[in-house]
Design a protein around this ligand. Structure first.
Ligand SMILES: [Fe+2]
Length: 212
């Protein structure tokens, strides 16, 4: 007996994104145009339902992302992030940086962050002075806004930001121009001006529409 696999919203997202990447070579325009394709994915009711089966992401010395897909031709990755309110405790790695509040960059990649469930705050910062080489970068806040399901945030290379919990369970779909985890990303301590680097999120393969 043969079974026919039904096309999922992820299949449609991948096909549309590959078409876009084939047609649009300007990176900035490419990522701006990707927003409408990701919005369509976020609106899929089957995705909302499937996300209930995804495991919680656990923060250790690094963050954790669910890994749904990496494109063999264009290299973009489709990640998930499921956070329960209580996992916002300080990870063990912050013992060296006790005033670290989650402010970071994503290194050289583009990231499109889409909220599927819950609300959270996104804070944006800019570098005032200092360099990575000196391990000291003074930053200042440039904006802070709340995001809700369906909202997107485009994070360009080296943009400094923090996703902050408001005490709710949150689920996000994250599209990255390259699978993270194997390269260093910056972390910033607002209070002390300290800058250091850690590897990006651990990547945990999960079937987006898999069973519990
Ligand atoms: Fe981030």
């Amino acid at each position: 007996m043969t079974t026919t696999r039904t096309e999922t919203a992820l299949d449609r997202f991948i096909a549309q994104t590959c078409d876009l990447f084939a047609q649009e070579t300007d990176t900035e325009i490419r990522w701006l145009k990707l927003t409408s394709i990701l919005r369509e994915l976020l609106a899929d009711p089957d995705l909302q339902e499937a996300s209930k089966n995804w495991p919680e992401c656990i923060v250790t010395d690094r963050a954790e992302n669910l890994l749904f897909y990496v494109d063999p031709d264009y290299g973009f990755a489709v990640n998930g992030l499921k956070r329960l309110p209580e996992n916002r405790v300080k990870p063990p790695s912050t013992e060296d940086h006790p005033t670290y509040k989650g402010i970071h960059d994503h290194g050289h990649i583009f990231t499109l962050y889409g909220v599927l469930t819950g609300h959270e705050m996104i804070d944006r910062y800019r570098r005032v002075e200092g360099t990575p080489e000196s391990c000291h970068i003074k930053i200042e806040e440039t904006g802070s806004f709340e995001v809700k399901p369906g909202d997107l945030d485009l994070v360009r290379p080296y943009e400094i930001h923090a996703e902050r919990s408001v005490g709710e369970e949150t689920v996000a779909i994250i599209i990255r121009s390259e699978k993270s985890g194997d390269f260093l990303q910056g972390r910033y301590d607002y209070d002390t001006g300290k800058y250091w680097q850690v590897y990006g999120p651990r990547q945990t393969p999960v079937e987006m529409f898999g069973e519990a």
